[in-house]
Ligand binder design. Structure first.
Ligand SMILES: [Zn+2]
Length: 479
């Protein structure tokens, strides 16, 4: 988040970008379907996700394999992903599936191993190597770390992505892949292929894994979040994999559509929506704004301008402990319908808004905070509830939470487009909102009582829709 430092001349631009038409919404009566009830048309399910208790032992040769959990899950993941592509390559692309030539398990901190791309020593990674058509993974550091943080599905997510690269090399021009294809295109396709595979698992077609649409898919998305590029990476960097926003977009595309849609991704169609960009020269503190009274006053102004066309009394943000007298009680920020105020606990928000230590996050340690935009978007979400109440919408059901996330996305896009605004997005900000959406206690997609749609997939999608399409779908998609 950045403070522009001078008066912004584009208030009208923001206002029209956010001319929200919520008057017609909130009428969803009993029996009507809710966007919160499903994930891309599939029911919300709750069961433990991971290797099936009765999963067979895969008939695969893995070099240097051990019998630890990392290798068991990784080997089953490869076998499963191969089953998937064995089914899909002939149907979608008219080509016969060929398994990869070599599988290698290694310990980045242990004895050397070799594949066609060289030595594995100190390579904390999982990767496809086209030179010898191999998939390799580090069972010493990377996989155990991911297992510990997000469980078995994180390993499946990583390997489904890596296998996506093997698929690319099988599709070649059918996926538009040539020697000079930018890395980000290959990475977007691989995330998309992983999403397509996950849908197949969620639909119950996998021999090896169970994935629920609630916690199961949340684990897959959280793993993609964890392996996002650090804030400020350029999308043209030859190592660029994308922001969490970009990576989850591609995964969701594959989940909602098909491998053909993944293969059709190219630089022209991804560039307009990619959010990865270097830090601006003017960004101080790597784009991190301390959350203090001044930041909150910029936020109030930015929200007032953004939602001015709604034609309702603007909620006032006040530092009153983060709860409302007589409820609701969703600290560190609560929307109080009785007074039309957003009550915040500034000290708690300042803590929440501290910069993310991505290295600590990766190893599962205390990360400091979740970033300035996580804190500001929580407050913005409570403000957006006030606007919704003002236009007569219901603010106490799961659709209200999703509509709120959608409006926060629309607001984020509006301040992103505006030059010289008091607040503007800096690199990494959107990912801070995504971290809030994926956390079990985040507020961005919560209704007035703090209740949220069960599926992180749906919560992230709601913010994305607002960010990419503006506020009008917020009421039509989440009635
Ligand atoms: Zn990749």
């Amino acid at each position: 988040m950045q403070h522009g430092g001078h008066r912004r001349p584009f208030a009208t631009a923001i206002a029209s970008a956010l001319a929200i038409g919520l008057v017609a919404c909130g009428g969803s009566g009993a029996g009507s379907t809710s966007a919160a009830d499903n994930v891309a048309g599939l029911p919300i399910t709750h069961f433990s996700s991971g290797l099936k208790p009765n999963a067979p032992t895969p008939d695969l040769v893995v070099h240097n394999v051990s019998d630890d959990e990392s290798d068991r899950v990784a080997t089953a993941a490869i076998a499963d992903v191969q089953d998937y592509w064995n089914e899909r390559l002939p149907v979608d692309f008219g080509i016969k599936f060929e398994p990869v030539t070599k599988l290698l398990s290694y310990e980045s901190s242990g004895a050397n191993q070799q594949n066609g791309c060289g030595d594995t020593k100190r390579n904390v990674n999982a990767f496809y190597c086209s030179r010898d058509d191999s998939v390799s993974w580090d069972r010493g550091v990377l996989l155990p770390q991911m297992l510990q943080q997000f469980g078995q599905l994180s390993v499946v997510t990583v390997l489904a992505h890596e296998f996506g690269h093997a698929v690319q090399y099988r599709l070649k021009d059918k996926a538009g892949i040539a020697n000079n294809t930018p890395t980000i295109v290959k990475e977007q396709q691989a995330d998309c292929f992983a999403g397509a595979y996950f849908r197949w698992v969620v639909e119950g077609k996998s021999t090896y894994f169970n994935v629920s649409t609630s916690d199961g898919l949340n684990a897959a998305l959280s793993s993609l979040f964890l392996v996002r590029d650090s804030a400020g990476t350029s999308a043209t960097d030859n190592q660029a994999h994308g922001t969490a926003f970009d990576r989850i977009f591609a995964f969701q595309l594959g989940f909602e559509k098909s491998p053909k849609d993944c293969a059709a991704l190219d630089l022209n169609n991804i560039q307009p929506r990619l959010t990865e960009r270097p830090l601006d020269r003017k960004d101080r503190n790597k784009g991190d704004l301390p959350i203090n009274e001044q930041a909150i006053s910029y936020l109030q102004k930015s929200l007032d301008e953004a939602f001015s066309k709604a034609g309702v009394q603007a909620p006032q943000i006040v530092d009153q402990g983060g709860t409302c007298q007589g409820g609701p009680d969703t600290p560190p920020a609560s929307y109080c319908p009785d007074t039309n105020r957003v009550s915040i606990d500034l000290a708690a928000l300042a803590k929440l808004g501290k910069p993310v230590d991505q290295e600590a996050e990766f190893s599962g340690e205390e990360t400091g905070g979740h970033g300035d935009f996580a804190a500001l978007s929580e407050v913005a979400s409570r403000y957006a509830l006030g606007i919704q109440k003002g236009v007569g919408a219901k603010v106490d059901n799961a659709n209200a939470g999703l509509r709120t996330a959608c409006l926060v996305g629309a607001w984020a896009a509006a301040i992103n487009k505006t030059q010289g605004n008091d607040l503007r997005l800096s690199a990494g900000d959107l990912d801070e909102a995504i971290s809030d959406l994926l956390r079990p206690d985040g507020l961005v997609a919560a209704d007035v009582n703090g209740k949220r749609a069960d599926a992180g997939f749906t919560r992230v999608e709601a913010m994305r829709i607002g960010y990419l399409q503006g506020s009008s779908p917020c009421s039509s998609q989440y009635p």
